[in-house]
Design a protein around this ligand. Sequence first.
Ligand SMILES: [Zn+2]
Ligand SMILES: [Zn+2]
Length: 357
Amino acid sequence: MIGTEKAGTATKGYATHGPEAKFAPFNFVRREVGPNDVLIDIQYCGICHSDIHQVKNEWPNFMPAMYPMVPGHEIVGPVSQVGDKVTKFKVGDVAGIGCFVDSCRECQPCIDGLEQFCQKGSAMTYNGTEMDRVTPTYGGYSNNYVVDEKYALKVNAQGDLSGVAPLLCAGITTYSPLKRFKVGPGQKVGVVGLGGLGHMGVKIAKAMGAEVTVFSTSPGKEADSKKLGADNFVVSRDAEAMAPIANSFNFILDTVSADHELMPYLGLLGIYGTLVVVGVPSAPAAVYQGALIMGNKALAGSAIGGIPETQEMLDFCAEHNIVSDVEVITPDRIEEAYDRTIKSDVRYRFVIDMQNQ
Ligand SMILES: [Zn+2]
Ligand SMILES: [Zn+2]
């Protein structure tokens, strides 16, 4: 190439330039489509609560903010270009991208399909760098993404894809622990919190055949819980409702990221029951060892999922007609959507329409 112009893929996105800054249009250049890459024309990108934490630099030790930041890791859209060596996709296929876009491919977690735990640190979809540790990554609040085909997911859904986008983070975050602890028919499963994660947990646990109870601090969410398929609804602050169901659950998925107690939920577990946490509160919760010992109970955590399991989740959701309940917005409403997400005023995920900018 002659001249000084950088070769690559021109991209239009929305970036923020500091923790207090507003989103503004941001033009940048992604890498050229390499032999193993696909170019995805982004149709929809979900707004995950972790986008808000990172934009506002609320996780300085966990995921410090790098600006300009183009968030977004719930990405879906058609493939518009493929490299010479690409075999998994052809032009026109629908593809998705989740929380990471590359990893070292050599360490044991990578070999085991647990790329989210790459020992060298996976390349996050945004607010991170490529594996060269230099090139910044920009996320899905943009009109395209160039990604190695190994880190893109196949989406088999037809028609409206807006509800598919949140599966790439909220879907896999809830599917992975439900699968790992073999949730199925005949089991009593609790889902704590009915937000972006919780509503996916309800749908997936029901599709796996479990009897599902939603625990929420908002009595107003009872009707919605039932609509989503939950069998029972309990206001978690209501001691009279909590007492008779003690020691009765096989599995409880705690999706709440606000500070809260874990002990009440350990008390709801039956023998060999498991409580899995997927939210990251700012303050640690106290756990009394005796509550785990009596009943051989387990407390565990779970972080998204690797590429093979994310694909399995997408296939499971397609088979069971599961999508996220979404409110679609245009990019000029990102801030409003953030404010409402913080107030839990969304049923249940905002998704940005990136096609019509
Ligand atoms: Zn997320
Ligand atoms: Zn690795």
